[in-house]
Design a protein around this ligand. Sequence first.
Ligand code: HEM
Length: 326
Amino acid sequence: MKNLEWDAGRGWWVADSAVLVEQVLSHPALRVRPLAEPVPAAIAGGCAGQVFGALVRMNDGERHIAPKLALQRALAVSAAGDAARQRAHTVAAHLLAEGRSIGAWAFEAPVATVASLLGFADEQLPAVARWMGDFVACLSPLSSAEQIEQAHAASLRLLAAMRELLQAAPQDSLAASVAQEAAAAGWRNDHAILANLVGLLSQTYEATAGLLGNSLVAIQQGAASVDAGALVAHVMATDPPIINTRRFAAERCAVGGVTVEAGQAILVMLGAAKRGFGHGRHACPGQQLAQQIAAGCIEALRSKPLPQLTWTYRASVNARIPEFHQ
Ligand code: HEM
């Protein structure tokens, strides 16, 4: 069996097979953040850092277990049946009718759909999508100082919008469902609940735009699937939008045939291992929802002929997201 390999140039271990990826993502000593830097230094201290620091995606242990359970249960309700796909279809068709370019639409339609499922009114969706674009721009190691400033401002607005939403969220909305499941799971931290509602939008934003975009690329290259759901599942397996993640050793541990020292990082090649939604305790709880949203968006696009598309990939260390020029 293959072992983890040391990349001397980058100074981290690499897991690039399904077995290694599963071992790394299941190991209790391998954490989502370095112990010494729970929030990236570039955003720590500001509002975006306060959101980041509360996300289930960025925490292990107590700050992960109950919140994860609550989000998982609420997202399962939201993804049940055909409602999310239909909502995506409606939201996406509306944006097309308003004249969005394909490039702008592929980013806006998925996040606007999740905002709509959360309970935001139709007229709030463009602003929420715009703030989220500003927020996620700070999450990359490639972010500029100006993007980080905008992200702090967007985080403030998003937290305020979530607070307001929760006070009057429709009973059948995703936000109300998260609040209910949070109470049932004994998760009582109000800031963390608001931050994780924002997190549902940020987890959606680039990854689902990437899934939708890679599906459009597949259509452009002749993918024949009539059923949009089958096409999206195929793209998830062959050209997934999230291609890697990282883990950090909280203590010295044996994994993948080697000894990883405390503080060392591991690059986890999700795409190569065909684990585009992750694996183990941090596996994506939005996977059904994401695929339904991408399928609903593609169905909305079928009402008019697709223009000849050209694209380049967004600069990213972990994702493969086409940006269309049309
Ligand atoms: C195609 C779209 C998506 C892809 C490829 C994707 C992929 C992933 C991956 C790989 C992880 C785990 C990261 C890691 O372990 O380091 C993850 C976590 C997560 N995703 Fe997704 N995701 C997508 C869409 C969504 C959507 C639509 C939602 C919710 C609305 C969502 C919510 C989450 C949450 C809350 C986590 C954190 C789970 C945890 O840490 O326990 N994702 N996603």
